[in-house]
Design a protein around this ligand. Sequence first.
Ligand SMILES: CC(C)(COP(=O)(O)OP(=O)(O)OC[C@H]1O[C@@H](n2cnc3c(N)ncnc32)[C@H](O)[C@@H]1OP(=O)(O)O)[C@@H](O)C(=O)NCCC(=O)NCCS
Length: 180
Amino acid sequence: MSPKSINGSKNSWNINSNKLTKETIENMYGEGALECSFDEGNEAFVFSQSRDFDLIELEQLLQSVGWSQRPLRRVKRALDNSLLKVGLWRHDLKFPRLVGFARCTGDGIIEATVWDVAIHPVYQNSGFGKKLMVYILTSLKNEGIKRVTLFADPGVISFYKSQGWTLEPRGKSCAFWYSN
Ligand SMILES: CC(C)(COP(=O)(O)OP(=O)(O)OC[C@H]1O[C@@H](n2cnc3c(N)ncnc32)[C@H](O)[C@@H]1OP(=O)(O)O)[C@@H](O)C(=O)NCCC(=O)NCCS
């Protein structure tokens, strides 16, 4: 699938609701981090492409959405070789918790492909997945990358379609080959 537009979501909650100071966000989550808390409620959430991941926590998140366990050594290498890794963190001064994730591979100039998009089940259907995609596409666009693809599981095609992604190539000129 490839995106038609990367414009924001129709969710009404505020992506910069300023529960956290700029200093806290930068110190804990690094450059380019973005708060995306709900207006109501006490919890604060932050997207970051700089904060390091605890590999065990990351794998636990991905397993919580039903994906199988992968060797941590290989996961680390895959992350090291990725163009962009984005975490969604439920803020805590001592122990921020990873509740969302996605990463991109690519050439860094023209093309990128999005992988491993996941929001922890507890936080699904709150608008985070959509915000995560906007954050990723904006980050890629800022790097000049305009052509972005992803492989959607059949059950989530409408999630991407509703954000302007188009189904390619209408089942005609694409082949998938998996080696066993
Ligand atoms: C798919 C996923 C990332 C969506 O995250 P989310 O935070 O629950 O999604 P949002 O709350 O931002 O939903 C945005 C919109 O997509 C819809 N949506 C959410 N999950 C959907 C799904 N699985 N299928 C179809 N539509 C979905 C929502 O209803 C919402 O619609 P609306 O804008 O009309 O209200 C999340 O459900 C998830 O992690 N699923 C398991 C892992 C997975 O399948 N990842 C995708 C691999 S290709």
